[in-house]
Design a protein around this ligand. Structure first.
Ligand SMILES: NC(=O)c1ccc[n+]([C@@H]2O[C@H](COP(=O)([O-])OP(=O)(O)OC[C@H]3O[C@@H](n4cnc5c(N)ncnc54)[C@H](O)[C@@H]3O)[C@@H](O)[C@H]2O)c1
Length: 257
């Protein structure tokens, strides 16, 4: 049977380790027939190049720091060396200084660090999408990753504010890009033990009880359910869905206690 991404060309931005949600998205997308390009930034790029070898098929690794205007400007050219267009873009990127913004530092979070967190984690959904638009002239799908920003969590602090920005950003992008046939959606994942998560002081508090309170249970080491949802949203099986947030959290968000 043909995969649900057969013939599609997808950029997955934000792959460092094989624990990265982006890595699982790239793997599942390849398994479903997509041609996949992955990206990362800075010193982590070397790790990404090594980790890319663990994907089922070869995937070009591009350099992209979403805070660097020159990187964004040259992105279509870099992508163009491998594929002539894109059908999907996955934004799997977030950063907030764990020392100053996370783990109970909410009241003292300094603005320059907050500004960085918002730029990397929220604004970049718009700047990355915008950079990829020249390659999406026939429409497509943009998918980002959030952590439910409708409530306050232990430890998550300013990253929660950045995620609220991301969630709003995706709705405005959905509004402006719908007429071009581009859908923009988010997957709201439960806690997963990735590099970014382990850097959050107090992450264990956040994930405590997730498994027992979720009607479906929750395995915080299994990125596959989240990756599958991202791939489904990239596919043609959500043709009339945009500005949506799909929870992949074992059902935790729907329970009162
Ligand atoms: N792990 C969780 O519990 C969880 C839950 C819900 C949502 N998410 C979200 O999933 C996404 C992926 O995170 P992850 O958990 O796989 O962690 P991860 O650390 O593996 O991935 C985050 C990626 O962002 C990249 N990045 C950071 N700053 C960047 C910049 N300036 N330019 C380009 N790339 C940059 C990192 O290099 C890394 O590859 C994030 O948006 C995260 O908030 C994670």
């Amino acid at each position: 049977m043909a995969g649900i991404l057969e013939g599609k060309k997808i950029l997955v931005a934000g792959v460092t380790m094989d624990s990265s949600i982006g890595f699982s998205v790239a793997r599942v997308a390849q398994e479903q027939g997509a041609t996949v390009l992955i990206s990362n930034f800075g010193r982590a790029l070397g790790i990404t190049r090594r980790i890319a070898g663990r994907l089922p098929a070869q995937a070009p690794v591009l350099e992209l720091d979403v805070t660097d205007d020159e990187h964004l400007a040259r992105l279509p050219e870099l992508i163009g060396e491998h594929v002539d267009s894109l059908d999907g873009v996955v934004h799997s990127i977030a950063y907030g200084n764990p020392e100053t913004l996370l783990g109970g530092k909410f009241l003292s979070g300094p603005w320059p660090d907050v500004a960085q967190a918002v730029q990397v984690s929220a604004y970049s959904l718009a700047s990355l999408t915008n950079a990829c638009l020249p390659l999406m002239s026939t429409g497509g799908s943009v998918v980002g990753l959030t952590f439910d920003a409708t409530v306050a969590w232990p430890a998550y602090d300013w990253m929660g504010v950045a995620k609220a920005g991301l969630e709003s950003c995706s709705r405005y992008l959905a509004r402006d890009l719908g007429p071009r046939g581009i859908r923009v959606n988010l997957v709201s994942a439960g806690p997963l033990r990735t590099l970014a998560a382990k850097a959050i002081p107090g992450f264990d508090e956040l994930e405590a009880n997730w498994d027992s309170r979720s009607p479906l249970g929750w395995d915080n080491t299994d990125q596959e359910p989240t990756a599958r949802a991202v791939v489904a949203l990239l596919s043609d099986f959500f043709p009339a869905t945009t500005g949506e947030i799909v929870h992949v959290d074992g059902g935790y968000h729907a329970m009162g206690a």
